[in-house]
Design a protein around this ligand. Structure first.
Ligand code: AMP
Length: 410
C-alpha cells in the first residue's frame, strides 16, 4: 500500500445498471483516477469483477454476487485490501456519486435525502423504468454499506433542464404535459457538459462566451446545442429513443408509421417498444450488427445494407448539426465524443464533408491520426468552426461536480 493510501480522501463514482456496477475512484479535489472497474452479471453465482488500478494492474475475480449491495461490498474490498489497495479504510471515502439517468425536475445534482429518494421513486421510476430503479438500488446499497457517507445523484437529464419551453414541449395537447410530464428531457447530459467544458479549455475561452455543438456518438447517440455554457436543445427526448439513428434505436420516426406498423403486424406495446429500442438502428437496417466497427467492415466487403445503415447514421447526425447551427446562429466548435465519435475517423469525415459553406472544414490528415483517449483538433486552418475529438469522462465530471457541492446540505 502506498503511503498516500493511509490518508487521502477519495470520491467513489458508481454507475449501477440492472446487472452491473461500474465504478471509478478519484482523489477528492483532483482529476487523478486511482482505480476503476466493473462488476458484471450481478445476481449470478458467476459474477465477474474486473478491477484496474492507476498503474494499469488488472485483477479479476469470479464470485457469487447476489445483489448490488454485495457488488459494492466487493468493490470496497478491492479498494481497501486488494493487491493494490488505494485507501486504508472506508472513512476515506468522502462521498459517493451516482450516475442517475433521469432526474425529472432536478436541474442540479443533489445530495440524497429522504425527500429526494421519495421523489425519485414516485416520479422518475415511471419516467425511466429501465434505469432509475437500478440506479436507486445502488444508492440504497451504499446507504447500508457506507452509513454516514453522503450520496450525490448526478442526473443525465440535468444539463438539459435549461432548454427553453418551446424546445422541450411536444406539439400535443398541453394537458398531457401537465398530467403525465410528457416533454423532452434529453440524456447523456454529463457527457455533453464534460466535453463542452474541455473544448472551452482548449479554445482558451470562457464557456460563457462560446457556442458549441456536442456530438456524442456511441451505441446510444445524441447531440446538444450549448450556448454560453447552457444547453438550449438536444436530440434525445422524453426517452433516449428520439433523435439520431443509433446502434439499435430507430431515432426519429413518424409516430403514425409506428401506429400503422402496430396495426398491420398486430403488435403489442412491449413488442413495439422492443422493435424500436432493441432491433432498429444500425442493427435493424443492416440486418447484421449494431456495432459500427462491424458495419464499416461489412461495408468494405460490399454489403449494401451495411452501407445504407452507415449513410443513414451519418446523414441524420449531419441534419441535427445543421439544425443546431441554425439554433445557435453559427458555432465556435463542434465536438465529437463517445465510442464512435472518438474512434471512427470515417464516420466523422462522412458527417462533416461538404460543409465548407457552413464554415466547417476538416483536415483529413489530422482526422485520421487522432490518438486514442487524447483530445485532438481535426479542423483545417481555414475552418471557421473548430472541430474537436474529445474523449468523454462522465465519472470525472461527476467527481468534479461533487467537489463543488455542499455535501452537508442535507
Ligand atoms: P459507447 O456506447 O460510447 O461505449 O460506444 C460503443 C460503440 O462505439 C460500439 O458499439 C462501436 O460501434 C463503436 N466503436 C468503438 N470503437 C470503434 C472504432 N474503432 N470504430 C468504429 N466504431 C467504434
Amino acid at each position: 500500500m502506498s503511503r498516500d493510501a493511509t490518508r487521502r480522501k477519495v470520491n467513489l463514482i458508481l454507475n449501477c445498471g440492472s446487472s452491473s456496477v461500474k465504478y471509478k475512484v478519484f482523489v477528492s479535489g483532483a482529476e487523478t483516477c486511482l482505480a476503476r472497474g466493473v462488476v458484471e452479471k450481478v445476481g449470478s453465482p458467476q459474477a465477474i469483477v474486473r478491477h484496474c488500478d492507476r498503474a494499469g494492474e488488472k485483477d479479476r475475480e469470479v464470485a457469487d454476487i447476489k445483489n448490488h449491495k454485495q457488488a459494492i461490498q466487493t468493490v470496497l474490498s478491492f479498494l481497501i485490501s486488494g493487491g493494490q489497495a488505494i485507501i486504508q479504510e472506508k472513512s476515506q471515502i468522502k462521498a459517493v456519486g451516482h450516475r442517475v439517468v433521469h432526474g425529472g425536475k432536478y436541474s442540479q445534482p443533489v445530495v440524497i435525502t429522504k425527500e429526494v429518494k421519495k421523489y425519485l421513486q414516485d416520479v422518475t421510476f415511471e419516467l425511466a423504468p429501465l434505469h432509475n430503479p437500478y440506479n436507486f438500488e445502488g444508492i440504497e446499497a451504499v446507504e447500508q454499506v457506507l452509513p454516514g457517507v453522503p450520496n450525490v445523484a448526478v442526473f443525465d437529464t440535468a444539463f438539459h433542464q435549461t432548454l427553453p419551453d418551446y424546445a422541450y414541449m411536444y406539439g400535443i395537447p398541453y394537458r398531457f404535459f401537465k398530467k403525465h410530464l410528457i416533454r423532452k428531457y434529453g440524456f447523456h447530459g454529463t457527457s455533453h457538459q464534460f466535453v463542452s467544458s474541455v473544448a472551452s479549455r482548449l479554445l482558451k475561452k470562457r464557456i460563457s462566451e462560446l457556442k458549441i455543438i456536442t456530438v456524442h456518438l456511441g451505441n446510444g447517440s445524441s447531440l446538444a446545442a450549448i450556448k454560453n455554457g447552457k444547453c438550449v436543445d438536444t436530440s434525445m427526448g422524453f426517452t433516449p429513443l428520439e433523435g439520431v439513428m443509433m446502434g439499435t434505436r430507430s431515432g426519429d420516426i413518424d409516430p403514425a408509421a409506428v401506429l400503422h406498423l402496430m396495426m398491420a403486424e398486430e403488435l403489442g406495446i412491449h413488442e413495439t417498444d422492443t422493435i424500436l429500442n432493441k432491433q432498429s438502428g444500425l442493427l435493424g437496417v443492416s440486418g447484421t450488427s449494431n456495432d459500427m466497427r462491424e458495419i464499416l467492415k461489412s461495408m468494405k466487403s460490399g454489403d449494401a445494407r451495411a452501407a445504407l445503415a452507415f449513410n443513414m447514421f451519418c446523414y441524420r447526425v449531419k441534419k441535427y448539426i445543421g439544425s443546431y447551427l441554425a439554433v445557435l446562429n453559427g458555432a465556435d466548435a463542434i465536438v465529437f465524443t463517445a465510442g464512435i465519435g472518438e474512434n471512427s475517423a470515417k464516420t466523422r469525415e462522412e458527417i462533416l464533408k461538404n460543409a465548407e459553406n457552413l464554415g466547417i472544414i476538416i483536415d483529413v490528415r489530422k482526422n485520421r491520426t487522432v490518438k486514442p483517449e487524447k483530445p485532438a483538433l481535426i479542423s483545417g486552418k481555414n475552418s471557421k468552426v473548430a472541430v474537436f475529438v474529445i474523449p468523454t469522462n462522465e465519472e470525472l465530471m461527476i467527481s468534479k461536480i461533487m467537489d463543488k457541492i455542499n455535501l452537508r446540505h442535507r
